[in-house]
Write a protein that binds this ligand. Structure first.
Ligand SMILES: Cc1ncc(COP(=O)(O)O)c(C=O)c1O
Length: 413
């Protein structure tokens, strides 16, 4: 049965930041694709950990240290379960950027070389472009791009054609584009990559906070995401990997906690996941992320997706009423995550964002860390409105009013 669509989840009151006022205006936060706001339970989980359970992990034998161990390990358990991944193959990183770099360095340097290629797509965030550029330059490999069509979608046939060339070592692609909003067919893509004997990496930064994600069912070799967009604190990200691949990999960063033993000239590595978590990790942040995924699970990810799809449909309809406004990406809300990037002829994207901000409406403007995609779209920048669990239809209405006011400032007809 399809999930029931809801235009409000009624959870805004769980997020203390929405009591703030800016020049007398309510906070209308439509920048969740940049980072999400945090519910009180997450803020309190971090504070309570620091207040009452703080000690370093995996080192102490005293009860307080054991509490800290349990809090950190418990957070991993929750985070892994949230996306149907194995705990041992769930590694905490600083963010999704570090997770992708981990793969590019630890897997890429050992497995990509001259005569081989890394395939990414034109819709990637810089976090899923630059690590591959650096890897390919260093290892004498080729970096190739899957094209984005005029609807803002990828083609499975084009992926098959690229794989058929026989030289692709790794394919990396976004689950949901942070500019176009496109939801990519990641399970079908991962299956084709696997059938071709290559390794796949999915950047799930814009998917995990907004829809049910089952890492096991998607079947990619690596799936990475970032905590701060998923109601968690900054400073914590996640990499899920296929266990046998992670086991075969050399570490990324080295030092304390990731070793089994150290001699004067050499060392051996700890088991997963510790092998990839050198040094004291982001303990309180991981605890906060654990609380965030519990909160999201309680709301229910099917409901979150249904809610955001409804809001997106409303947003697309409302934006279509604004003259000279062009939304990029697939026209159907069904095909996209909860965001819309757009241009208005005659107003620069930065001016749009600045003018909406005067009414308390926070949207993002710029290249959204996707400069190659901006070139494909033939624009220097777009404005982007993006929703989260706390967003409501009134937020979209406030945006549209603010856009009409902005058009008046620029005397557009
Ligand atoms: C699709 C995508 N990938 C990667 C990132 C980078 O996230 P972080 O800065 O948390 O590493 C973002 C953030 O905007 C994103 O939207």
């Amino acid at each position: 049965m399809p999930p029931v669509a809801e235009t409000t989840l009624g959870v805004k009151g769980d997020f203390p930041i929405f009591t703030r006022r800016f020049d007398g205006h309510e906070l209308i936060y439509l920048d969740s694709a940049s980072t999400s706001q945090k519910p009180a339970v997450v803020i309190e989980a971090v504070a309570e950990h620091l207040r009452s359970h703080n000690a370093n992990i995996h080192r102490g034998v005293y009860p307080l240290a054991q509490e800290a161990d349990a809090a950190y390990d418990g957070a991993r358990e929750r985070v892994a379960a949230f996306v149907g991944a194995g705990e041992q193959a769930t590694i905490f990183t600083k963010n999704v950027t570090e997770a992708i770099n981990l793969v590019a360095y630890a897997w890429g340097r050992a497995n990509v070389g001259p005569g081989q290629a890394v395939l990414i797509t034109q819709m990637e965030h810089h976090a899923n472009i630059v690590p591959w550029q650096v890897l390919c330059r260093e290892r004498g490999a080729q970096l190739r791009y899957l094209e984005v069509d005029e609807r803002g979608e990828l083609s499975l046939q084009a992926l098959e054609r690229e794989l058929a060339r026989g030289d692709v070592a790794l394919v990396a692609f976004a689950h949901v584009s942070n500019v176009l909003g496109t939801i990519n067919p990641v399970a079908a893509m991962a299956a084709r990559v696997r059938a071709a004997g290559a390794v796949s990496l999915v950047d799930g930064a814009q998917a995990v906070p907004h829809m049910p994600v089952d890492v096991e069912a998607i079947g990619a070799d690596f799936y990475a995401w970032t905590g701060h967009k998923a109601l968690g604190p900054t400073g914590v990200g996640v990499l899920h990997g296929r266990r046998e691949i992670l086991e075969a990999m050399e570490p990324f960063l080295t030092g304390g906690d990731m070793i089994a033993s150290v001699d004067f000239q050499s060392a051996t590595w700890n088991e997963l996941p510790a092998k990839f978590e050198a040094g004291t990790p982001m303990i309180a942040e991981a605890v906060g992320l654990g609380a965030a995924v519990c909160y999201l699970s309680e709301v229910g990810m099917e409901r979150v997706r249904a809610h955001e799809r409804e809001l997106t449909a409303h947003m697309l309809e409302a934006l279509a009423q604004v003259p000279q406004l062009r939304v990029v990406g697939p026209p159907e809300a069904e095909r996209r995550g909860g965001l819309a990037s757009f241009t208005i002829e005659g107003i620069h994207a930065h001016d749009i964002a600045e003018l909406t901000a005067r009414r308390g409406v926070c949207i993002r403007a710029g290249h959204h860390c996707a400069q190659p995609l901006m070139r494909c779209l033939g624009v220097a920048a777009t404005a982007r409105a993006s929703v989260g669990v706390y967003s409501e239809p009134e937020d979209i209405d406030a945006l549209v009013d603010a856009l009409s006011a902005a058009r008046q400032v620029f005397e557009l007809r």
